[in-house]
Design a binder for this molecule. Structure first.
Ligand code: GLN
Length: 424
């Protein structure tokens, strides 16, 4: 257990029947578990014990799953390496000495290390797909609205979805079957498009005969050479099995990282206002001055990355700057959506490397936040467009895992699962 995968190791035994009976599941520590500490990787919530379960957790319990612990993560989901966690870094079981990716690094590492059969993460801008790619496992970011966010501690609520990890596509899909579908407690959700006798797991047939794959050239530009080589090898494998690929273009994605960070930080600055030591979070004490009490709680409770984002988000939303940043970012978001619609009218799915780089060495990337934000170039456009995507192991470069990302049309998870299951 030297990898520091869990923040809280506590077992909630499942029942003997249900589709996940006998399966162990790690749950990211921003997903509420009744009676079990839920920290979001933050000192702010070091002692917070939720009084209720997130909808996905109730569904896990109903399905008979055994929860084995709350997995480490970047503080409030803000990061790409799991190194911003107040509880320390997690080592990558598939590439020791390297980061497991983030922000759901503990969840992916739990599956890669065999500490859990399955895991839940959340993906605001790549936080399921990035750690899946870096740890050599499968991760699915569902279409916005397929999975309930009730009980997920919000970071960028218009962008994020809870998503499953597994060692194979079929296993990850079996967890999606349990968590997907409408929930009265989250008005953005809707029913899955599956017929009564269908399941996502059943879609994992590996059949890619006749599948047309669009490769957005913009998502290969600037990527690491070894990553690109591994990506093409995986595409060749899909071609051998009857798929066809051609290049497509997503001109708007050059603005996606900027737009994503403006929107995500703006939403974060608002969502994190509740952590003031009174409504939620560690107390800042009270000495006759509430301003000071709130300031102390936030000064002591939040780490540097969270503070940076609250400051930038508050600035982007402030009077006089709102149109210049937030509104522009929303326009860019609409443009990205439109580009994906067009590209997906010319192909069944789109393929790219999940991450443009292999996993960083531990400690390598923390002092250059801008460089780190750019590593999200291939994942954030998908969240801006509300679309589903999957990351599946494509192979290795210099012994480090590389992930292949497939993106599909809204509520087209079955198609992605069928295609990706040809590789894992
Ligand atoms: N790395 C991105 C960020 O820091 C994605 C995070 C996420 O998906 N939660 O915002």
């Amino acid at each position: 257990m030297s990898e520091n995968i869990f923040i809280t190791e506590e077992r909630i035994d499942g029942s003997d029947d249900g589709p996940l009976a006998g399966k162990t599941v790690a749950v990211k520590d921003n997903i509420s578990t009744e009676g079990v500490r839920t920290t979001c990787g933050s000192r702010m919530l070091e002692d917070y014990v939720p009084p209720y379960d997130a909808t996905v957790v109730s569904r896990l319990k109903d399905a008979g799953a055994t929860i084995v612990g709350k997995a480490n993560m970047d503080e409030f989901g803000m990061g790409t390496t799991t190194e911003t966690s107040y509880f320390g870094e997690t080592d990558n079981p598939a590439a020791p000495g390297h980061v497991p990716g983030g922000s759901s690094g503990g969840s992916a590492a739990a599956v890669a290390a065999g500490e859990a059969d399955l895991a839940l993460g959340s993906d605001t801008g790549g936080s399921v797909r990035c750690p899946a790619a870096f740890c050599g496992v499968v991760g699915i970011k569902p279409t916005y609205g397929l999975v309930s966010r009730y009980g997920l501690v919000a970071y960028g609520n218009s962008l994020e979805q809870i998503g499953p990890f597994g060692e194979t596509v079929e296993e990850a899909a079996s967890l999606l079957d349990v968590i997907a579908g409408s929930d009265d407690r989250d008005a953005t959700t809707r029913e899955t498009p599956l017929e009564a006798d269908e399941s996502y797991a059943d879609a994992a047939t590996g059949d890619v005969d006749g599948l047309s794959i669009g490769v957005p050239t913009e998502l290969l530009e600037g990527a690491d050479e070894g990553v690109v080589e591994t990506f093409w090898d995986a595409l060749a494998e899909l071609e051998d099995r009857g798929a066809e690929y051609h290049e497509v273009s997503l001109p708007s994605v050059e603005h996606a990282v900027e737009a994503y960070y403006v929107i995500a930080m703006s939403e974060a600055s608002s969502n994190l206002a509740r952590f003031d030591g009174v409504r939620y979070g560690r107390s800042g004490g009270y000495d006759g001055n509430w301003n000071e009490a709130f300031a102390t709680a936030r000064e002591e409770g939040f780490g540097d990355e969270v503070k940076r984002r609250i400051l930038l988000g508050t600035y982007a939303l402030s009077a006089g700057y709102h149109d210049k940043y937030y509104k522009k970012a929303q326009d860019a978001r609409a443009w990205v959506k439109q580009d994906f619609d067009e590209a997906l009218s010319e192909a069944d799915v789109l393929a790219s490397p999940t991450m443009p780089v292999p996993p960083f060495e531990l400690g390598e990337s923390l002092d250059d936040p801008l460089q780190l934000y750019l590593a999200d170039a291939n994942t954030v456009p998908v969240n801006l467009a509300d679309l589903p995507a999957i990351s599946v192991p494509a192979g290795e470069t210099d012994g480090l895992p590389v992930g292949l990302q497939l993106v599909g049309p809204a509520f087209g998870e079955e198609r992605l699962i069928r295609a990706a299951s040809a590789l894992a």
